[in-house]
Design a protein around this ligand. Structure first.
Ligand code: ADP
Ligand code: MG
Length: 309
């Protein structure tokens, strides 16, 4: 099938007076791993739910795998795998039973469902736990089971809402590996995350989203290079001098009280410019620019602070 995996134009959704998604425009290409990066409350889940036929939109155009989720949910659901933000497994049933219940939903014959379920449990390294009730699994295992279950219908695209939130580093890595495998097989992958390292590692392209609006769209490294530069100089200076120090150090900077973040292509040059001001300043850090810096430059606040500021 031709055309992008997702095409959204001016997508909107509000809850009462609150505009959760306020005119989102983006395109996901077939076969890529695409990310929604933004703090809590940015509108990631609301957007994801509209893509996944889990909630209707208030306005705008939306096409997922060539279909309109509001008009053609049944056909679209057959082509999608969905891992929602919350754990929605049946905790009283076994791992295998959870898989089979889902297969029945897609009308798969029993034998095929069983074969496919075991194959997918192997894929997420849970085949040894097939007979265990889900309540006995760790958080990371439950997440992997949700991923396996979302793949039962061999979807063209999988949508995952914060797939690794709350997982320990090892469990996160396992999920990342599986998502990379899926992408390598040609499955389109869309994830939401507020972890910039996750977005940086996994995503071919992403949108930075804040307050229900897409702030930027592009490849992570390219976005950082274009908007931030290669290097960051983190300095501390008396609050009364901070703004002047920042302005002299680099045209791209953020000031928060005594802390100055200066962004540029070369930190030596920035350091010399800072020294030339005669202001007494203290080095906090000198490092490579990341998506977190991009986020600060674009929104004026960090991912951890959240989008309410
Ligand atoms: N069911 C709901 N009822 C009312 N407000 C909601 C509901 N779901 C989300 N919101 C609000 O919409 C905004 C976006 O939320 P959400 O899409 O969950 O953001 P994210 O997933 O990026 O954390 C937030 O301000 C949130 O409080
Ligand atoms: Mg969310």
């Amino acid at each position: 099938m031709a055309g992008p995996a997702v095409r959204a134009e001016g997508l909107r959704k509000s809850y009462g007076p609150r505009m959760a998604v306020d005119g989102v425009t983006l395109q996901v290409r077939r076969g890529e791993c695409f990310g929604f990066l933004g703090p809590n409350g940015a509108g990631k889940t609301t957007t994801m739910r509209m893509l996944a036929c889990l909630s209707s939109r208030d306005g705008g155009m939306l096409e997922v795998l060539g279909l309109d989720p509001d008009r053609d949910p049944r056909r679209l659901k057959a082509l999608l795998g969905v891992v929602p933000q919350e754990v929605n497994l049946d905790l009283e049933l076994t791992v295998l039973e959870n898989m089979l219940v889902y297969a029945r939903y897609f009308g798969m014959p029993r034998r095929l469902a069983h074969e496919r379920a075991m194959e997918l449990l192997r894929f997420v390294d849970l085949h040894g736990r097939a007979a265990d009730t889900v309540v006995r699994l760790s958080g990371g295992m439950q997440r992997r089971l949700q991923i396996a279950r979302a793949l039962i219908n061999d979807p063209e695209m999988i949508l995952l809402d914060e797939p690794t939130t709350g997982l320990d580093p090892q469990a996160r890595r396992l999920v990342w590996e599986r998502l990379r495998d899926l992408r390598a097989r040609g499955t389109s992958v869309v994830i939401t995350t507020h972890y910039m390292d996750e977005a940086e590692r996994l995503c071919d392209r992403l949108v930075v989203i804040d307050h229900g609006v897409v702030v930027r769209e592009g490849a992570p490294a390219q976005l950082v290079r274009d908007e931030v530069g290669a290097e960051v100089l983190e300095m501390r200076a008396p609050e009364s001098d901070a703004a002047r120090l920042a302005a002299a150090t680099s045209p791209r900077h953020v000031v928060a009280g005594e802390v100055v973040l200066a962004f540029g292509d070369d930190s030596d040059t920035m350091r010399r410019a800072a020294d030339a001001t005669g202001i007494t300043w203290e080095m906090v850090a000198e490092r490579r620019a990341t998506l977190e810096d991009l986020f600060i430059v674009l929104t004026g606040h960090s991912l951890r602070e959240g989008g309410t500021g």
